[in-house]
Design a protein around this ligand. Structure first.
Ligand SMILES: NC(=O)c1ccc[n+]([C@@H]2O[C@H](COP(=O)([O-])OP(=O)(O)OC[C@H]3O[C@@H](n4cnc5c(N)ncnc54)[C@H](OP(=O)(O)O)[C@@H]3O)[C@@H](O)[C@H]2O)c1
Length: 315
């Protein structure tokens, strides 16, 4: 018996829900934001470029007339921008149902640093999203049934995460090894975040996903990968399905990892995938959390304030 394919048609109504999608002007983030808007969510399109963001908002409104789409500028490479974004969001919105940590960069030609002095890929892909999530955590946990979705990659299998050298200052820089390391970090962050949600007794859940091999701007720094795009890559609407599944499917499990079901998990429809061994190390997840907290300078709030137990106690 063949398994039915999960598509965006199966997204339940998102009316009344608020979602933030980082990197929503391009590729998988754009398709994710569009699909959520089509189902009635109020979508905050979080982008670093006003021009590209406005184009995306216009395209989403064209596909989903009347959709509530709000462009808010966010540069994940700058912690002060992340803090400002979070402060503005918290002023404007009293709930946050979905935080989709999607934005990313891959394989810059050589080692680069963010203005805060972090290696570019760990800085944007992990630390920027870590800081954003911490800054929004209380609003998330105060919103019943909310989810955080971290977009990782199969490249976690090539990740060379060294918790003693997160910034690649003590070893020769490897652009794939460091991209993969940032994607291991996305997974470890999901694991520890979900552990903390469970321990605090809140209803918020953390999931991870990856889009297989999808043709987007991400491949701009690799001619080799681009050469295989016509043969292997999926279109962005399909690459966005694991993200959407992790975000809204009642069958997605807290702490789960979702990606395509076919051809070495490079193509297909959403299914549960196996993370790399390095991505499931509970001690490494705790260690990375503490390191990240120190680096971004945002302490994790006390989640128990919004726990179901505490809410019950108040009745
Ligand atoms: N495509 C794939 O095959 C594949 C495979 C595995 C995992 N992924 C993951 O999927 C996610 C989405 O990538 P994609 O394939 O859709 O690539 P994409 O088309 O290049 O989109 C990446 C998005 O991230 C944004 N971004 C980059 N740096 C940022 C920053 N400092 N602050 C805020 N936004 C920033 C980009 O903005 P600009 O347009 O302004 O640059 C863009 O909107 C990434 O996390 C990527 O690692 C993709």
């Amino acid at each position: 018996m063949s398994r039915s394919k999960w598509t965006s048609e199966q997204i339940p109504s998102q009316n009344g829900r608020v979602a933030i999608v980082t990197g929503a002007n391009s590729g998988i983030g754009f398709e994710t934001a569009k699909a959520l808007a089509l189902k009635g969510a109020e979508v905050v399109v979080a982008c670093r470029s006003r021009t590209r963001g406005e184009e995306a908002v216009e395209a989403i409104r064209e596909a989903a007339p009347g959709a509530a789409v709000d462009l808010m500028l966010l540069d994940l490479a700058r912690l002060n921008f992340v803090r400002d974004f979070a402060a503005t969001f918290l002023d404007k919105y009293d709930r946050l149902d979905l935080l989709i940590n999607n934005a990313g960069v891959m394989m810059p030609p050589q080692r680069e640093e963010t203005p805060d002095g972090f290696e570019l890929q760990i800085g944007i892909n992990h630390l920027g999203h870590f800081a954003l999530t911490l800054a929004l955590l209380e609003r998330l946990t105060a919103t019943e049934g909310s989810r955080v979705v971290n977009v990782s990659s199969s490249a976690q299998n090539f990740g060379e995460l060294d918790l003693e050298d997160l910034q690649w200052t003590n070893r020769p820089f490897k652009r794939m090894g460091s991209y993969g390391a940032s994607k291991v970090a996305n997974m470890l962050f999901t694991l520890e975040l979900q552990r903390r949600f469970r321990e605090a007794g809140v209803s918020t859940q953390a999931m991870a996903c990856h889009p297989g091999w999808t043709r987007t701007n991400l491949q701009k720094n690799s001619l080799l990968i681009r050469m295989f795009n016509p043969i292997v890559a999926m279109k962005p609407w399909q690459g966005a399905l694991p993200t959407l599944y992790a975000a809204v499917s009642p069958d997605a499990m807290p702490g789960g990892y979702y990606g395509p079901d076919g051809m070495g998990t490079m193509r297909g429809y959403p299914a549960s995938n196996k993370p790399a061994d390095a991505s499931t190390n509970v001690d490494a997840a705790k260690h990375l959390w503490h390191l990240s907290e120190d680096l971004v300078g945002i302490p994790a709030p006390n989640l128990e304030a919004n726990s179901v137990t505490n809410q019950d106690d108040m009745i």
